[in-house]
Design a protein. Sequence first.
Length: 85
Amino acid sequence: MRKIIILFIVIISGYSIYYNKQYHVKNNNKSIQTYVEKFINRDEENEMDPKIIEVVRLGDSKTYLASFVSEKMLGYAMPFSLGSK
């Protein structure tokens, strides 16, 4: 019985870590813009001001990519999941 409880705790802990590592962004332009700014400037010494060009859904999934342009580059932000507004 003790092994089952420990296994259950390990499974719940693993799922919690997996869930919290995902990027959840509200489905509105301001939230997407904020997410992209944080993503792009996470390791940069010189901050960029990216402007969203397009948000594209990947297939039938809940995952999206945001294309952006800034004064220094054209690129895309890593996959994220959109929530409700």
